[in-house]
Ligand binder design. Sequence first.
Ligand code: HXC
Length: 254
Amino acid sequence: NNSPEDIETDECMNTYSHIYSPDLLMHGCDTVIASRNLEKLTEAAKKLSSTTGRRCLGIAIDVRQPETISAAMDETLKTFGRVDILINNAAGNFLCPATSLSFNAFKTVMEIDTMGTFNTSKVIYDKWFKDHGGSIVNISATLGYRGQALQVHAGSAKAANDAMTRHLAVEWGPSGVRVNTVAPGPISGTEGYRRLGGSHAESAGVFRSIPLQRAGNKTEIAHAVLFLASRAASYVTGAILVADGGAWLTSAND
Ligand code: HXC
């Protein structure tokens, strides 16, 4: 087991051994974290800034409402003066057979995952990246590669996002903007793991069929995202980096 240290909960890690140069993002980075729940954001921002010694600002937005993204971007520029990296991580998911999925349920997941990624990318491009360049990393999933059961909503949305990654990489490359994607497999200690039956799969021995024979951890996904976001990937754009231990190659479709 060659996996990096991790923490099971949503706490920040007290110890971390850098596998990249600690100044990969120049001198670390200040962050803005955005979601619908200001209470959770404020708590997370506090933890992040006390652990990293950097500023972290939580701003409430709904990625389905472009005007909230626009206001958040204005506040970000007022506070920090620039934006270098955008991580599109907002998603909604649950297990549901297509026949039980309401029209509104399918639409809701498309709106959060696909429209949300477009809305956020476009606002930040128009307000900053267009003139200064930047790096976008989208978080996808491998669900659609084999048409996984109970996941037509999320698989369809993420497939659209993978195409969006390539389209925006082509259109925005000349402005110095790189657009890439990480597609994780089952990652322990995450909302996705809890919602999509991760612990059940683990105790049923399902992960033995994964080539690397285990679930991934959050730090491993952070490393993949950091690679694509940083100057380590300065000539990489339009790429989908699958970080799933080889899971989709061998997983059963049930
Ligand atoms: C069937 C469901 C459902 C469920 C909601 N709906 N949950 N249908 N099974 N479990 C239906 C509702 O009945 C409703 O349809 C429609 O979806 C919208 O639901 P709302 O609750 O009104 O919407 P909203 O508050 O916007 O919530 C969106 C959500 C919710 C996606 C449904 O779960 C959410 O906000 N999730 C955010 C966090 C999240 O999911 N994180 C995990 C991402 S995991 P009707 O017809 O009744 O109006 C992930 C990993 C994937 O993405 C890859 C792993 C390998």
